[in-house]
Design a protein around this ligand. Structure first.
Ligand code: ZN
Length: 295
């Protein structure tokens, strides 16, 4: 049985442990960087080289390298089910309960306020950011809803549509991302579906015609673009509170999904399919969220 001496040693150990726990912690940035280093998944297709890469990384870690950009994607080890592991700030991707996209069903049919679109033609630039084609628009376009004005920042595309409506998937979707003065986000989703080969959409045509040759290069485009041409004739919509559909999956995003799809031509669809055959996050749990829809 334990003698007195053992008990004294035990107490001493416990005290030492407690003292260590109270030592000043490493700066959060250092911890975050170390965690990101440890969790960073190499780009797709280099799984076999991982142990070597990991060894090289820990050797480098001693020299306090600047944090590397965290790669994420839509398949394999960098795919959506691993986003939260890639960086601490992506935590909500795994544990959030207000995530997007969702299957939009059983919405409450109510008198929804009209979205007051205030879009104007303007200059634009096109960016292939490695996850999608993004169109940055000139300031001045925006929308007002629920007493708030949101400025249009950019729009981009997913294939297939991330959101579903009563289980139905669409060929593509355009997400028009808006921000208000307090930094709150509102995204309008325009569902896109394949029309005839003669159904070329003028906005898509302008964007595809200005595709940059290199990724990560924001290419100022020729001419102007009118984002209002992307909107369907009827402006009825579904609305719910959700998140960004890409890391860090931040919540508090007001989603407005327009009910009427817009057509683009088969060849236009094929252009995007060659660049991004699949860049849609899987459906997320509704978690009892309220969905409203215009009647
Ligand atoms: Zn999007």
């Amino acid at each position: 049985m334990c003698g007195m001496k053992t008990r004294v040693i035990l107490v001493a150990c416990l005290l030492a442990l407690a003292a260590r726990a109270e030592e000043p912690k490493e700066p959060v940035e250092v911890l975050r960087q170390r965690l990101a280093e440890r969790l960073a998944t190499p780009v797709e297709g280099v799984a076999t080289a991982r142990p070597a890469a990991r060894a090289a990384r820990s050797a480098k870690a001693a020299k306090a390298q600047p944090p590397k950009p965290v790669h994420w994607g839509y398949t394999g080890e960098a795919g959506p089910e691993h986003w939260a592991e890639l960086a601490p700030e992506n935590r909500l991707c795994a544990v959030g309960t207000r995530q997007s996209p969702i299957d939009i069903r059983e919405g409450l049919a109510v008198d929804l306020e009209r979205i007051a679109f205030d879009y104007h033609p303007g200059s634009f630039s096109v960016l292939d950011n490695g996850h999608t084609i993004q169109v940055n628009v000139a300031p001045g376009s925006g929308l007002s809803v629920m007493g708030r004005r949101y400025e249009l920042q950019q729009f981009h595309f997913h294939r297939p549509s991330e959101e579903r409506v009563n289980g139905k998937l669409f060929d593509m979707v355009a997400h028009l991302v808006h921000k208000d003065a307090q930094g709150r986000l509102a995204v309008v989703a325009v569902l896109l579906e394949r029309g005839g080969d003669d159904m070329a959409h003028p906005v898509i045509q302008a964007v595809w015609g200005n595709l940059p040759l290199e990724k990560g290069e924001d290419l100022p485009a020729q001419g102007q673009i009118d984002p209002s041409q992307l909107l369907p004739e009827q402006r009825g919509y579904y609305t719910y509170m959700g998140s960004l559909t890409t890391p860090p999956c931040s919540e508090g995003v007001l989603w407005m999904v327009l009910r009427q799809p817009v057509a683009l031509s088969g060849p236009q669809l094929d252009v995007f399919a060659r660049l991004y055959p699949m860049n849609a996050r899987p459906l997320q749990a509704g978690s009892g969220r309220l969905i409203k829809e215009s009647q």
